[in-house]
Design a binder for this molecule. Sequence first.
Ligand code: UD1
Length: 428
Amino acid sequence: MMFRIAPTMDSFLIEGGTRLCGEVQISGSKNAVLPIMAATLLTAETCVIRHVPDLSDVRFMCRILTSLGAQVEFDGSTLTVCAAKITGTGDYDLIRKMRGSICILGPLLARLRTASVSLPGGCVIGTRPIDLHLKGLRSLGTEIHVEGGYVKAHAPELNGAHVFLGGRAGPTVLGTANILMAAALADGITVLESAACEPEIIDLADFLNAMGARIQGAGSPTITITGVRELHGVEHEVIPDRIEAGTFAVAAAASGGQVTLRGARPDHLGAVLDKLQEAGARIDRRGGALTVSAGSFLRPVDITTMPYSGFPTDMQAQLMALMCLAPGTSIITERIFESRFMHASELMRLGADIGIEGPSAIVKGGKPLSGAEVMASDLRASAALVIAGIAASGKTQVHRVYHLDRGYERMEVKLEKLGARIQRVPGE
Ligand code: UD1
């Protein structure tokens, strides 16, 4: 099956000043499905994954799995993978281009005991090292050499071990995923300390346990994995995307509207909903549905990004857009990725007043925003610009929305249904 990834220099044209009202269906989680897709490499049997978001990152991962020899079918929502015969060397360029692809290393090693994977490229939000992934895999007995842009890993035996995975900025999400997957097929018991607690790690552990793995403690900082000899095929439904839900929640508050987030998990959104409430939004969780509405005023709030269950770095840009509208000063501190403020200068094109001081952005909100041409620099920055464009007066054109297409399923269609005046303008 061919996986078309639209070659887009498309932009969004937004006519601002509309309130978002109505219901939006939340898609499956990008950050959950990418490691789950990698986990299908752990078995020769067929895996069926449902509630998969149709995103360019997912199609990219389909291509990576195909390049490793797996049979992959994707109908835009259900993904079927059979990795009966695979090789341990992935396509250099495909893997290099997508950061999330590093999580194929653990499963390839576990299944084949050898893997050669290109180093994922850096990206605009920071250097994004993989030292903790390699440290964890080495602890399980893997020999690793980094040469010629490749990580070459070889593990005649994989043995359970005690692994401490905490880094400078706390735990690593994909590093935790990699070690979980390698340890699932190792000999003996692995104890992971300072593991990432994100819901996406719980979803991966649920997937692996359904395949026959023995993993306990996912969602807490200590995870115990008892290795098994082999894993089998499985059917699984991916959790809803908490960052997409959070983005629509912020968009509702920023536009002065009211949006019900169908299928969202409020228990995954604690820190975001708490900050929205502090900023003056109303949160209603009645009848199993989550509705976010703008209050009668917006208040500035201070935010510091942290590992789960703290405020997610993937929601920092969107909250900054909201804070541009709240009269007063808010301080937004980024503790996970050092250069994740590229959206600040673009928000300033719309009239925002933002100063950057080290890891903090000082937002003096409440100045009227008016439409402008802006450039998306990364996935979540793009979402912030779309939110600001909807709240601004006049026309905003957000260029390079291919960043957005990596992680939001048909965002402009969902926004239009909520009343936004937004259209995709095809690029050359
Ligand atoms: C994942 C998410 C990304 C999110 C991030 C933090 C996916 C596909 N991506 O990325 O959307 O923004 O978690 O919540 O799930 N670090 C090291 N050494 C390492 C690995 C990471 O120092 O070996 C540092 C990073 O530079 C960063 C911090 O640890 O400062 C957290 O990064 P990490 O959790 O690994 O991010 P990803 O898993 O790549």
